[in-house]
Design a protein around this ligand. Structure first.
Ligand code: HEM
Length: 404
C-alpha cells in the first residue's frame, strides 16, 4: 500500500507477466478473488467468489460432477444430439455464421451442465437464454460499467428474478419430482446442489446465482474459443495446405489447435486477487496486505522462457517443456482452476494411454471438428468482421461456407 496525498492508503497493483510468478501467485492461499468485486448481484456467494473453507466445501461437492465418467457421458451421449440438432439447419443451408452458431452450441451445452432445462429446445429459446446470459455478464463486470451502476444493478437483479421464474424453478420442480420418485436426477450442477441441500444450507437465491454463474462460466468462454479456433485453423491451412486432410482425419490435431488457440487468446485474459496478508513470491516480489495482483495471461502464456522464441506464433505442433499444459494458464491454476477445463478442452493424450477410442477430446474441439468434417471454409464473398462494440478482440461475424 502507498500513502496518497490525502493520507489514505491506496492499494498498489502488482501485474504479473511471467509464467513462474503466475504459477506461484495462483498457489497463494492469502490471495483472494478480486475479479468480480462490484458484481455481487450475480456473483455473490458463487463458487469462483468464495474463499477458504467455504470455497473448499462447495468445490468438493461440485467436483463430484466433473469426473471422467461424466465427461464421457457428456461427450459420447449427451452432447452429440445437441451438436447435431444445432448444426442441422446450417448444414442444410450450406453456410453458417460462426459467432451465432458458437453461441448457440455452447449455450446449449452450458445449460445442460448447469441443469437449466430447455423445454422448447428451439433456437429462439436458446437466444432468449443468451440474452439473460449477456445481462448476467454485465452484472458480473459492473465494476467496469461506465453508466449508472445502481440502475444497471437493479436491471440485472430483475433479469435474475425472471430467469429464476422462467428456467430455474421449473428445472428444480422436474428434478424434485425425480428425486421424490427415488430415481437418479440428471447429472448436472443443479441436481448436485439440490441433492446436497441439507449439507450446504444454500438459500434459493444462491442456488439461482450458482446456476447462472455456470452458464456464464461455460458458455461465453467456450463460444469465443470456438470461433477463434476455426479462424486459427483456416489461417494455418492457408500456410499449410498439406494439413487440409489432417483436420478431417486427425481429431487430436484439432484438439491441439484448440489448446494452442486458447493459449494465445485466453477467454478470460486476466486473473485478479486481493492480498489478505503480506505475501512474498518465490521470485522475491513482495505483495503487501491490501494490494491487488493482476495476472496478465496474454503475457504469461507467451513467456519466451517457457514457450521459446516463437511463443507469439500459432503452432499446433509446438514442443512443450514437461509439466507445461498446451493451453498455458488459460484455465487458471490453484484453488479456482477451471472446474470445466477437461469438459471444454478434453484431456491431454499420451501415447501410452492406449487407444484413442477412450480419449476425451473436449466439447470445443468436438464442436469445431464438425465444421471441418463438413469442409468449412471462410465465405470468400463475406469476410469476417470484428465486434465493434468492444475493445476486446472478439469476432462480430464470421461467415463460412459448408459442404465440399
Ligand atoms: C474455453 C473454455 C473455458 C475457459 C477458457 C475457462 C477459463 C476459466 C478460468 C481462467 C477460471 C479461473 C478464474 C480465476 O482464477 O479467477 C475458470 C474458473 C471456472 N470455470 Fe472455466 N473456463 C472455460 C470453460 C468452462 C466450462 C465449460 C465450465 C462449466 C462447465 C466452467 C466452469 C468454471 C467454474 C465453475 C470456475 C470456478 C472454479 C472455482 O472457483 O473453484 N468453465 N474458468
Amino acid at each position: 500500500m502507498t500513502e496518497t496525498t490525502t493520507g489514505t492508503a491506496a492499494p498498489e497493483v502488482h501485474t504479473i507477466t511471467t509464467w513462474d510468478e503466475a504459477r506461484d501467485a495462483y498457489r497463494q492461499k492469502a490471495l483472494r478473488q478480486a475479479l468480480y468485486d462490484a458484481g455481487e448481484v450475480v456473483m455473490g456467494d458463487v463458487l469462483v467468489n468464495l474463499h477458504g473453507a467455504e470455497h473448499r466445501d462447495r468445490r468438493r461437492l461440485e467436483n463430484r460432477l466433473f469426473r471422467r465418467e461424466t465427461f464421457e457421458l457428456y461427450e459420447r451421449e449427451l452432447f452429440p444430439p445437441i451438436i447435431a440438432e444445432t448444426y442441422a439447419p446450417y448444414l442444410e443451408a450450406g453456410r453458417a455464421e460462426l459467432v451465432d452458431l458458437g453461441h448457440q452450441l455452447m449455450m446449449n451445452l452450458a445449460a445442460l451442465t448447469a441443469g437449466v432445462d430447455r423445454p422448447l429446445g428451439t433456437p429462439e429459446e436458446t437466444r432468449h437464454l443468451y440474452d439473460y446470459l449477456m445481462r448476467f455478464i454485465e452484472g458480473a463486470t459492473l465494476a467496469h460499467y461506465t453508466g449508472d451502476q445502481d440502475a444497471k444493478r437493479a436491471e440485472v437483479a430483475e433479469k435474475l428474478a425472471a430467469f429464476d421464474a422462467e428456467f430455474v424453478q421449473p428445472s428444480m420442480a422436474r428434478r424434485q419430482a425425480i428425486i421424490d420418485a427415488g430415481d437418479e436426477p440428471p447429472r448436472d450442477v443443479l441436481s448436485i446442489l439440490m441433492v446436497n441441500q441439507d449439507d450446504l444450507h444454500l438459500p434459493h437465491d444462491v442456488i439461482v446465482r450458482e446456476v447462472a454463474f455456470y452458464l456464464l462460466a461455460g458458455a461465453h468462454t467456450s463460444a469465443t474459443a470456438f470461433t477463434r479456433v476455426a479462424h486459427h485453423i483456416f489461417t494455418w491451412l492457408e500456410a499449410h495446405p498439406e494439413d487440409a486432410e489432417t483436420v478431417r482425419t486427425d481429431r487430436l490435431f484439432v484438439q491441439r489447435c484448440t489448446h494452442e488457440t486458447v493459449r494465445l487468446q485466453p477467454s478470460s485474459p486476466v486473473a485478479m486477487r486481493w492480498a489478505l496478508e503480506d505475501v512474498e513470491l518465490r521470485s522475491g516480489r513482495r505483495i503487501p496486505k491490501g494490494d491487488k495482483v493482476v495476472i496478465d495471461l496474454l503475457a504469461v502464456n507467451r513467456d519466451p522462457v517457457v514457450f521459446g522464441p516463437t511463443a507469439d506464433e500459432f503452432d499446433p505442433r509446438r514442443e512443450l517443456p514437461d509439466g507445461v499444459p498446451p493451453y498455458g494458464l488459460s484455465f487458471g491454476s490453484g484453488m479456482h482452476a477451471c472446474i470445466g477445463q477437461d469438459l471444454a478442452a478434453g484431456l491431454i493424450f499420451h501415447p501410452d494411454d492406449g487407444s484413442l477410442d477412450e480419449h476425451v477430446f473436449g466439447l470445443v474441439p468436438e464442436a469445431v471438428q464438425v465444421l471441418f468434417d463438413h469442409g468449412a471454409r471462410p465465405d470468400p464473398d463475406d469476410p469476417p468482421e470484428m465486434d465493434a462494440s468492444t475493445t476486446r478482440p472478439y469476432f462480430g461475424r464470421y461467415p463460412v461456407v459448408l459442404g465440399s
